[in-house]
Ligand binder design. Structure first.
Ligand code: PEP
Length: 252
């Protein structure tokens, strides 16, 4: 059975003190929530503070990126081993902002995915189409290519550990949200594709989250769709109130 996941991507927001405060507030507000996994992904510089803030709670710590090597002369990079040693359980990989602003390719995402799994981190792999790709009906083609690239060479036992976040690029930080029907259709497509790449039994184990302007006003409807197993939340995860409401909407 898939345990739903609600993850907050804090992007490049919150200094150390602010991150600690938000982490501590969420720990207090969400201590009764045990039927789903709640993941906080602050910037690298706040991972340690948030780890301290949520210690002893049901909340999980995640990072927003990593390098595929264990160590080396890669100025400015962070390895999966370093994240593990800080107490991370999750890592977001292939986010569209990494792909668009930092040139990350499906090949790079694939190397990161393999390393994250080897080290014991749960990767949250982001896939999704741009606006012009949706408008020209290329959504499935784009998502299929991203999946094939990311899963290249992954064995079944590794593939079932991946969490996928379907994030239409046109819906990220724009206030536009895919309708529950639009999102669910792509989620179903992703699960079917995983069934073809592996087998249905593996596809059924994979959590598929939706991301793109999820907020308390739309989370209930989105999270009630049968193929939407949770959410990756950007903007609305920066405030305890809105993030708590989104988490609770998956419980109702
Ligand atoms: C994200 O950053 O993954 C995201 C979905 O952002 P937002 O919720 O702000 O659209």
């Amino acid at each position: 059975m898939r345990i739903p996941i609600i993850a907050g991507n804090w992007k490049m927001y919150k200094n150390e003190a602010e991150a600690f405060e938000l982490g501590a507030e969420l720990k207090k507000r969400l201590e009764d929530v045990v039927s789903l996994k709640i993941v906080l992904c602050p910037p690298f510089t706040a991972l340690f503070s948030v780890k301290k803030a949520i210690e002893g709670s049901n909340l999980f710590l995640g990072a927003q990126n990593m390098h595929w090597e264990d160590q080396g002369a890669y100025t400015g990079e962070i390895s999966a081993k370093m994240l593990m040693s800080l107490g991370c359980s999750f890592v977001i990989l292939g986010h569209s902002e990494r792909r668009i602003h930092f040139g990350e390719t499906n090949e790079m995402t694939n190397k990161k995915l393999k390393k994250a799994i080897e080290i014991g981190l749960s990767p949250i792999l982001c896939v999704g189409e741009k606006l012009e790709q949706r408008e020209t009906e290329k959504t499935e083609e784009v998502v299929e290519k991203q999946l094939e690239g990311a899963f290249e060479g992954l064995k079944e036992i590794e593939a079932e550990k991946v969490v996928i976040a379907y994030e239409p690029v046109w819906a990220i930080g724009t206030g536009k949200t895919a309708t529950p029907k639009q999102a669910n259709e792509v989620h179903r497509f992703i699960r079917e594709k995983l069934g073809l790449l592996y087998k249905d039994e593996i596809a059924e184990k994979v959590n598929i989250l939706y991301g793109g302007s999820v907020k308390p006003e739309n989370s209930n409807e989105l999270l009630s769709e049968p193929d939407i197993d949770g959410a990756l939340v950007g903007g609305a995860s920066l405030k305890a109130d809105s993030f708590e409401k989104i988490v609770r909407s998956k419980l109702s």
